[in-house]
Structure formats: C-alpha cells, structure tokens
Design a protein around this ligand. Structure first.
Ligand SMILES: [Zn+2]
Length: 340
C-alpha cells in the first residue's frame, strides 16, 4: 500500500516535504481536507496552484468535501424546500483546475440532533432513515452530473456520534447501507472500529443481563463482565439490528467489514480508535487501549493501493502524522512492501 498524509490548502507543500523525509521516498498519495471557509471564490486560484504542484509528481489525490453543505442538502429536502448548491458548486468548479484523475470523498450520512433522535421510537427512526436514504441517492445523482469526468466520488461511512456527542449520524454506517449505490468507498478504519465497538460493548451488556437472570456465571467471569460493562443502548444504532434482521454482518468485526467491502474499496483513511465517542476516533496510530488489531488489518489491506493518515488535529500538528507513520513502519513493515 502507498501511505500518504492528509493535508490542507495551507500546509500541503510543507507536509509533502516532511512526509517524504519521514517515509524515505516521495509519497504516492495524499488527501486535501477542504473546510467550509475554503469555499470562496479564491478556491479556483488555489486549485490551480495545487495542479501546478502535482504536475511533476506521481501522486494520487483525493479531496475531502466538507460535511455541512451535503447535510444541508438533505435537510432542506426533508423540509420540502429547494436546496442551495452554491457552496458545492464553488468546490466542483474549482476541482476542474485539477487536471489529473482525482477522488472526491463525501460523507453523505445524515447528521441529526441526538435529543431529537432519542425521542423517536425505532419504527419512526427506520422510516426517517428510509426517507433520508432516498433523498440522498437522488442528491448524489444530481451532484455527480455537476462534476467533470476526471472526478470519482467515493463515499465514506459515518461513525456513531458527531460534534461534541450532541449530534449523531443516523445513516451510512454498516457496509450494507452502501450495497446498492453505484459508488466506490473510502474505508475509514477508525470509524469502523467505533461502530464495531458499540455492538461489542452491547454484547457484553446482553451477556451480563442474561447471566444475572440465569445465575450461572462463574465469579471471575462476572467480575470481568462487570468491569467492562459500561454498555449503553443507542436507538439509532439499535435500529440497524431491526433493519437488517439482526446485527449487519459487516459490523461483526473490522476484519469482516473490510473483507466484505473488498471490491468496493478505493481508498483508506488510517487512524486509531479506542471507544465509541467522538474523542475515541481519529487517534494517533498506536493509541492506548486501541480497539484495532493493526497487524491483522494490515494483512487485509496491504495489497490495496492507497491509504492516508487522517489523524484528528494533524492540520495543526504534523507530528501526529509522523508518530502514526513511525508506529506503522516499526509494527507493520509489511504494509510498505508495495511502496516504491
Ligand atoms: Zn475519514
């Protein structure tokens, strides 16, 4: 796999140079994170600059679309209003300045207020999710038609929470949610880990409840279960079990998700995770209490082409990328055998 950095419009030249030094060769992929405040008329000129920069390099690029304009589209449709494409049009026009093939990473999953979602029963929630998925697929066709033929949209799966855990993602989590959509995907290892962890803490709670009722648990087992059991039930996650007649297969383990998604995957986001909340995602690889078995993940992904180190806060602190790269180089050298 080729490993690359996540950069932004301000730091990309510097990060490219630093990453090349740390990697020992020029990176062959990188991802530009575009934020809301980048969506101004200056974006065209900035993209021209990036195109110049890329010209003498052999680097695959992706651009991460900000989530808010996408979410706003779905929201206005839900309210039966006409959506405003202005912000996204700025991005799409500017992307035409990038002459090589590029990916556009989109998080189409719908973000809602946690309190509003929690007030719904599971049936209402499933209905809402169906409506949102319908709107989202229509929107995606509209958006696709506004892009040039050099741009491939990649969909990314959503984690459990958003914002400061006061917002939640209610669609686009398990792989099964993407099955009938004509787009390839970005697999975000950290997001998958959060989703899988939710159902694992859930299983522990289920087991605890069962064993208390059955009164047949060994003492030590009961203690282990008690210690680990901080299980919570979240209705937007529990809804998945109802929608798919039980836990969707992809959420059994990170490994299972990746195996099932093999042919649909074009790009990876790599970072660590150690729980289910916002603060547990996007961590420096090698994080304490990590819920990701990197050795087994690397075996599954090493022959894929591209993975970028998407560590939260890396736009201000390059060392987060540097530390993650160092961890992978030492612990999982086989990840780099394709690198040349
Ligand atoms: Zn990601």
């Amino acid at each position: 796999m080729h490993i690359g950095p996540v950069v932004d419009l301000r730091n990309y030249k510097e990060y490219y140079e630093r990453f090349a030094r740390d990697l020992g060769s020029e990176p062959r992929c990188m991802e530009f994170h575009i934020i809301n405040s980048d969506l101004t008329q200056d974006l065209n000129a900035k993209m021209k600059g990036i195109n110049e920069f890329l010209r003498d390099k052999n680097v695959a690029v992706s651009f991460h679309c900000p989530d808010h304009p996408l979410n706003d589209l779905t929201k206005t449709r839900l309210e039966n209003k006409n959506p405003d494409y202005n912000k996204l049009t700025i991005l799409f026009d500017a992307l035409q300045e990038i002459k090589q093939k590029k990916f556009l990473v989109m998080h189409q999953g719908f973000i809602a207020n946690k309190s509003e979602i929690e007030a719904m029963n599971i049936e209402e929630l499933i209905e809402l999710k169906k409506t949102i998925k319908n709107i989202a697929s229509k929107e995606m066709n509209i958006l696709k038609s506004k892009l040039d033929e050099n741009t491939e949209i990649l969909l990314e799966q959503s984690p459990v929470f958003a914002g400061a855990n006061k917002l939640v993602h209610i669609t686009d989590q398990c792989l099964e949610d993407f099955a009938n959509r004509p787009f390839r995907m970005v697999q975000d290892i950290s997001h998958i880990a959060l989703l899988v962890s939710y159902f694992q803490q859930n299983k522990i709670t289920d087991l605890k409840n069962k064993s208390v009722i059955g009164k047949m648990t060994e003492q030590s087992e009961a203690r282990d279960i008690n210690e680990q059991s901080k299980g919570i039930a979240l209705n937007w996650m529990e809804a998945l079990k109802k929608e798919y007649n039980g836990l969707p297969s992809s959420l059994n383990s990170i490994e299972e998700y990746l195996k099932l998604a093999k042919d649909k995957t074009a790009w990876f986001h790599l970072s660590d995770a150690n729980g289910i909340y916002v603060t547990n995602e996007g961590l420096i690889i090698g994080a304490e209490k990590s819920t990701i078995n990197w050795k087994s993940i690397v075996e599954l992904i090493k022959n894929k082409e591209f993975g970028v180190l998407e560590i939260i806060g890396c736009e201000k602190d390059y060392t987060r990328i540097q530390k993650s790269l160092k961890y992978l180089k030492i612990s999982c050298p086989q990840l780099f055998t394709q690198q040349s």
